[in-house]
Design a protein around this ligand. Structure first.
Ligand SMILES: [Cu+2]
Length: 353
C-alpha cells in the first residue's frame, strides 16, 4: 500500500514536472493575430509556413448610405445611368437581393533571414448573386428572379514582411508586396432583362474575379504580449497602379484593425477585434458592362464599414494551428444602392516547419 502510494506520488510529481516544462516551451495560441488578419506575423530564418484559409462573405438587402432600400423602391426611383441607350429603361429595373462570396486562399511563407519573411498567396473565388427583375420600364410587377455565378482563380500576390523592431514582448513589421492580376475581369453570365429576354452579358464589377491591375500592397503590424493576453494593431492597404485591359481601375482599399486575445488554457486562445474598412468607387468604365442594375454603375461601388469580430485559436507544439473568426458589421456607409454585408467568416489552418 505504502509502495503503491509512493509510486502514485512519484508519477504525479513526474506529470507535474512534465506539465510545467511544457508550459515553459509551449507555443502561444495568441502568437498569431485573429485568422481574418493577413500578413500578421513573420518567421525566424529558415522557417517555412503553409496556410489554407476558407473565407465566406454574405450580403443581403440594399443600402443607400446607411438607409435600407426595398427592391421595388430601387426599381421605381433610382435613375439608370444608361437610360437613353437602346433597351435601357429610366430606372434600375434589375435589383440584386443577395450575394455570397467564398474564397479559398493558399499561402506559403519562407524566411530567408530573421529580418525578412517572403509570402506568396493564391486565391480561388466563388461568387453568386441573386436578383429580381421588374417587368418593363415602369411599375412594381415582378417579372422573375435569376442568379449569376462566377468562379475561378482570383488574384495572386507576393510580399515581403520586414522586421522593424522586436523585443521580448513586442513585434513591429512592415509589409510591402504586389498583387498580380491572375483573376478574370471578363466573367459572363445569363441574365433576365426587364423585356423578358435572357442575354449572356459580361457580369458587373462586384462579380469579377480579379482587379485586372497590378496593385501595391502595404501594411504595418504591431503586436504586444503580456502574461496571458496580447493585443495588436494593423494598417493594410491595396493601392491600384493603373487601368486594367477593360479600361477601368477598382477602388483602393484600406483597412485599420485592432485586436485583443486571451489565452484560455494550453494551446487555446480567444480574440475580439474591431476593423475599419474603406473602398473607393471604380475609376473609369468597362464599355461591355451596360445594364439597368446598380452593380453596373462604377459610382455604386464605394463602401466604408466598421466590423466587430470574435475568434477562437488553437496551436500545437508541433507547428499546427487552426483558427476561426467571425466578423459582423456594426455600421456601414455605402455608395448606394449597394448590397449590405451581413457577416464574414474565416476558417484557417497553418503549418510551420
Ligand atoms: Cu507564417
Amino acid at each position: 500500500m505504502l509502495i503503491r502510494w509512493g509510486l502514485a506520488t512519484l508519477s504525479l510529481s513526474g506529470l507535474i514536472s512534465i506539465a510545467s516544462a511544457q508550459t515553459h516551451t509551449h507555443v502561444r495560441a495568441d502568437d498569431h493575430a485573429p485568422i481574418g488578419v493577413m500578413a500578421d506575423h513573420y518567421h525566424e530564418a529558415g522557417e517555412f509556413m503553409f496556410s489554407y484559409r476558407y473565407m465566406s462573405m454574405s450580403m443581403q438587402g440594399n443600402l443607400d448610405g446607411g438607409t435600407a432600400l426595398a427592391p421595388a423602391t430601387i426599381a421605381t426611383t433610382i435613375p439608370n445611368r444608361f437610360f437613353g441607350r437602346p433597351m435601357q429603361p429610366p430606372t434600375l429595373r434589375v435589383v440584386p437581393t443577395e450575394m455570397t462570396m467564398a474564397m479559398q486562399m493558399l499561402g506559403l511563407m519562407y524566411a530567408p533571414s530573421d529580418s525578412v519573411t517572403l509570402m506568396a498567396m493564391l486565391n480561388h473565388v466563388d461568387k453568386e448573386m441573386d436578383h429580381v427583375t421588374f417587368q418593363g420600364p415602369a411599375g412594381t410587377t415582378e417579372l422573375g428572379r435569376f442568379t449569376t455565378r462566377a468562379s475561378g482563380l482570383g488574384d495572386a500576390s507576393v510580399s515581403a514582411l520586414i522586421r522593424v523592431t522586436e523585443s521580448e514582448s513586442s513585434r513591429l513589421h512592415l509589409t510591402i508586396g504586389i498583387s498580380i492580376p491572375t483573376g478574370d475581369t471578363d466573367a459572363a453570365g445569363t441574365v433576365l432583362a426587364p423585356t423578358g429576354m435572357q442575354p449572356t452579358l459580361r457580369l458587373p464589377y462586384p462579380m469579377q474575379l480579379g482587379s485586372g491591375s497590378y496593385d501595391v500592397l502595404a501594411g504595418l503590424t504591431y503586436s504586444r504580449f503580456h502574461g496571458d493576453w496580447s493585443w495588436g494593431s494593423q494598417w493594410r492597404s491595396s493601392i491600384r497602379t493603373g487601368d486594367n485591359d477593360e479600361g477601368y481601375t477598382f477602388g483602393d482599399e484600406h483597412r485599420l484593425t485592432a485586436w485583443y486575445s486571451r489565452v484560455i488554457g494550453e494551446g487555446w486562445s480567444w480574440s475580439t477585434r474591431l476593423e475599419y474598412y474603406d473602398r473607393d468607387n471604380v475609376d473609369g468604365i468597362d464599355a461591355a458592362i451596360v445594364a439597368p442594375v446598380q452593380t453596373a454603375d462604377p459610382l455604386n461601388q464605394a463602401a466604408t464599414r466598421f466590423d466587430a469580430g470574435l475568434g477562437l485559436n488553437w496551436a500545437s507544439d508541433s507547428g499546427h494551428r487552426v483558427a476561426l473568426e467571425m466578423l459582423i458589421p456594426l455600421e456601414q456607409d455605402l455608395a448606394g444602392p449597394q448590397l449590405e454585408t451581413d457577416r464574414q467568416l474565416t476558417l484557417g489552418y497553418q503549418y510551420s516547419f
